[in-house]
Design a protein around this ligand. Structure first.
Ligand code: ADP
Length: 808
């Protein structure tokens, strides 16, 4: 209170007092300040200025309030107003901001200084730093609270332990029964044995009846198991060592079961055995399940190895990769038939083809991250650097916290499949190339008649060049396809082959083309129809040519007919006057020979010869023109008979030349007997006429060809130069003068016409000086000779031609 007294006196005694106050105030460790009676601050000590780092002038009045902690400002203002209005001492704790921005707690106390009248003259305040104090208090509070909570927890623990202890006995019994775990103890001093209730139940005995006597106890076990147990117990008693045994026991009901028997010795401080305690766990179900699990694993192993499927199991914790023997074989690692092995992940990766290692690794990571399942196809490099295609599937297993723990998968060899597929692709490409460049118009369509392959020729023929047809529908490309064709398409899809020699087809540009087409089903490897193949040929040009040809033929036939008619009428009409001239010339020669001069005799001889020559010419012409006019009469006949007729006509020239004419086995044919006789007659008489120095030899042979008979008439005469081989068949074409060989040049023309009327061909093979062979063909008979009335046999040539055209 000395300070206050001093302050009060200095305040009242002016400047001297004020200096004393300041010195005092500024030497205090606290922050000192004064305020006017009505509130505003009029002095802040240097400690305050130093502490806040803000000049005094800025804080006078109410500026100092700005340095207070925002939370403390309002309560301070309230309290200060209350105190200053009432004139009561002002006491509060608040935080003031230091020059470095940190806040520290201050205890503030201010008292009013009054004058003698009791009026307030000034307020005097001191702020004391209580930061450490407060922290110490807070720490103390915290320690207190912690202590309290520990005490509380300890108490709870004790309570809990109590209740746990109470529950343990019953829980133990329950746990034993749940785990099918019985327990027992044996006191070493007197061999007294105590069984738990569960042990009685496991053994199938009634706990009420108490532990079984030795004999009964012994009967519960198989001899082997009993011996194991007895040995274990004696050893435990003597050495204190426990045991763990799998034993068989039999309940009184006869049921045989499995158990796991464990024993531990409780030792006294001197090391001697006090007691044995043991557990006896019924593991029958576990044992069966374990056996079943082993069998299932064996089955899975057998199944996977039988289909060449390798199994792997990758632990993400140990980074070890377990591989079964099939995996080893698949990756060409180790001996075939080796046991399963554990390898490192990197080892697996090193077997992958460098081109696939990256993507496969990514797939593994994606599977581990749960983004997608692992189902990849990749290449494995084998020891000889060859490639094997492997398909891999895997599943990821996760821990409870969602972390992946292992990945389990299978691998199998798909090389054959990949190779087959690539072979298929290759053959597909080959087919495409083949079709594209085939010189024919080909289109291959699927069952919905969409284009699969198409040849360039097809595009060209149907004016579709430059269009991409693949995948387009046939009906979309050709919208005007007539319904009858659609029906044909359906029949082909049903398995039939359809074709047409001439058909009209509306082209994409609307023009009608003549086409010859064939549509066949194409089949898949399993035999089902996979679509249609069209082969087509645009025959518009050929068709037009044929029509032109037909027109020309008709015109030619007409003009031939005209010519024949003309030749006939000329030769026919000439016969009469010629006969008159010839008759007169002969009479003249006969009656006046030798009566006129020798020149007249010569002229008369010429006249007779000329008329004779003309008669032969006219006869030849007439018989030729008659061939086209008279109706041919085809009948079955034996060519030998024809030959005989011809020889009898030629008897005198044969005799005159001393010729040898022979023939061999001439066949049955169909023909006009008069014409064929004429044919033989002409050919044989030529052979006699164009003889060489040698005695003429004429041979007639028949040779059977696949569809006809070939008849040859050969001679040993003068022969014909090859350049005339065609010319000799033309009308009036002769190679010699009449003086050398008489003739008209119509004989071979008539022969060719006869052969042609019989549907055959006539030609010559000859060499000058050796002789000639005239060959001609005659159609075989296709009807039995016994049935002469068969209408097929007696049809006219016109009918025959029509039939032939129809067949062709
Ligand atoms: P021609 O009345 O002149 O015999 P052909 O038409 O029978 O008329 O024969 C035409 C020509 O063919 C004959 O002039 C002859 O030069 C030749 N020729 C026909 N047959 C024979 C043959 N067997 N040997 C040689 N030349 C032949």
């Amino acid at each position: 209170m000395g300070i206050l007294d001093e302050t009060r006196s200095s305040a009242s005694n002016g400047e001297a007092g004020s200096v004393a106050f300041r010195e005092l105030a500024e030497s205090l460790p606290s922050l000192v300040w004064t305020c006017a009676p009505d509130g505003p601050c009029d002095y802040l000590g240097p400690q305050w200025v130093q502490y806040t780092g803000i000049p005094e002038a800025e804080q006078l009045g109410y500026g100092w309030l700005e340095q207070l902690h925002p939370d403390d400002k309002q309560p301070t203002i309230d309290k200060w107003q209350l105190s200053s209005s009432r004139g009561e001492p002002f006491e509060i704790e608040f935080r003031i901001r230091r020059y470095d921005g940190t806040y520290r707690w201050f205890a503030t106390r201010a008292i009013p200084l009054r004058d003698d009248e009791g009026e307030i003259r000034k307020w005097l305040g001191i702020n004391t730093d209580i930061e450490e104090n407060r922290q110490a208090q807070a720490e103390l509070r915290r320690l207190n609270a912690e202590l309290e909570s520990r005490v509380r927890a300890r108490t709870e623990d004790l309570n809990h332990l109590n209740s746990v202890l109470r529950a343990t006995a019953s829980q133990l019994a329950e746990a034993e029964s749940l785990a099918r775990l019985g327990s027992w103890s044996l006191r070493a001093s007197d061999n007294q044995v105590i069984w738990s209730d569960e042990l009685f139940r496991i053994m199938g005995l009634d706990p009420e009846l108490g532990e079984p006597p030795y004999e009964e106890h012994r009967r519960l076990f198989s001899d082997h198991s009993w011996k194991l147990i007895q040995d274990g117990i004696s050893k435990a008693l003597s050495t204190g060592e426990g045991y763990e045994l799998e034993v068989d026991f039999q309940r009184p009901s006869g049921e045989v079961r499995k158990a796991l028997a464990r024993c531990r010795a409780v030792l006294a401080s001197d090391g001697s055995t006090l007691r044995l305690v043991g557990t006896f766990q019924d593991i029958t179900e576990l044992f069966t399940a374990r056996a079943e699990r082993d069998r299932a694993a064996a089955r899975a192993r057998l199944a996977t190895s039988a289909v060449g499927m390798g199994v792997w199991d990758w632990s993400l914790k140990t980074k070890e990769l377990w591989w079964d023997p099939t995996m080893m074989a698949l990756y060409d690692l180790g001996d075939p038939g080796a046991e399963a092995v554990v390898i490192q992940y990197e080892q697996w990766k090193s077997r992958l083809d460098p081109g696939d290692a990256g993507p496969v690794e990514e797939a593994v990571q994606a599977a581990l991250a749960g983004k997608r399942s692992f189902n990849e196809r990749f290449r494995v490099r084998l020891n000889d650097n060859s490639v094997r295609y492997v398909q891999g599937c895997a599943r990821v297993f996760y821990e409870d916290d969602g972390e992946p723990s292992r990945m389990l998968g299978v691998n199998w060899d798909v090389t054959a499949e990949v190779e087959l597929r690539s072979a298929l692709v290759e053959s597909e490409q080959l087919l495409q190339q083949f079709v594209k460049y085939a010189p024919a118009a080909i289109a291959m369509l699927d069952p919905a008649l969409r284009y699969l392959h198409v040849s360039d020729k097809w595009l060209q023929d149907f004016r579709l060049e430059g269009r991409d047809m693949i995948g387009k529908s046939h009906y979309e490309v050709f919208p005007d396809v007539p319904p009858r064709w659609k029906e044909i398409h359906q029949r082909v899809l049903a398995g039939n082959t359809e074709r047409c020699a001439e058909d009209q087809f509306p082209r994409a540009d609307g023009i009608l083309e003549w086409v010859q087409w064939e549509a066949r089903p194409w089949r898949r490897p399993d035999g089902t129809v996979g679509g249609i193949i069209f082969f087509s040929q645009v025959i518009t040009e050929r068709k037009e040519m044929e029509e032109l040809h037909l027109r020309w033929k008709q015109e030619l036939e007409r003009s031939n007919e005209d010519l024949e008619r003309f030749a006939y009428s000329v030769s026919h009409d000439l016969q009469e006057p010629l006969r008159a001239v010839s008759g007169c010339a002969q009479i003249l020669a006969k009656q006046y020979a030798g009566q006129l001069d020798s020149k007249a005799d010569k002229l008369m001889r010429h006249m007779v010869e000329g008329t004779e020559q003309m008669r032969r010419l006219i006869e030849g012409l007439l018989s030729f023109s008659l061939l086209g006019r008279s109706k041919t009469n085809f009948r079955p006949l034996l060519l030998e008979d024809v030959m005989k007729d011809a020889l009898s006509v030629l008897a005198s020239p044969i005799q005159a030349t001393g010729a040898r004419v022979s023939y061999q086995e001439l066949p049955h044919v169909e023909g006009d007997i008069a014409q064929l006789t004429q044919l033989f007659q002409n050919l044989i008489s030529n052979a006699l006429k164009y003889r060489s120095e040698k005695i003429p030899e004429v041979t007639v042979r028949a040779r059977e060809r696949s569809d006809c008979w070939q008849i040859s008439v050969s001679d040993n005469g003068i022969g014909i130069e090859p350049r005339y081989h065609d010319r000799v068949f033309e009308m009036f074409q002769r190679l010699h003068s009449r003086a050398q060989y008489p003739g008209s040049g119509i004989g071979l023309t008539t022969c060719r016409r006869i052969v042609e009327l019989h549907g055959g061909r006539l030609w010559v093979e000859s060499e000058v000086g050796t002789g000639s062979v005239f060959h001609f063909t005659l159609k075989k008979r296709h009807v039995d000779t016994s049935d002469a009335t068969d209408p097929d046999v007696v049809r006219t040539e016109d009918e025959r031609q029509r039939e032939d055209e129809a067949i062709n």
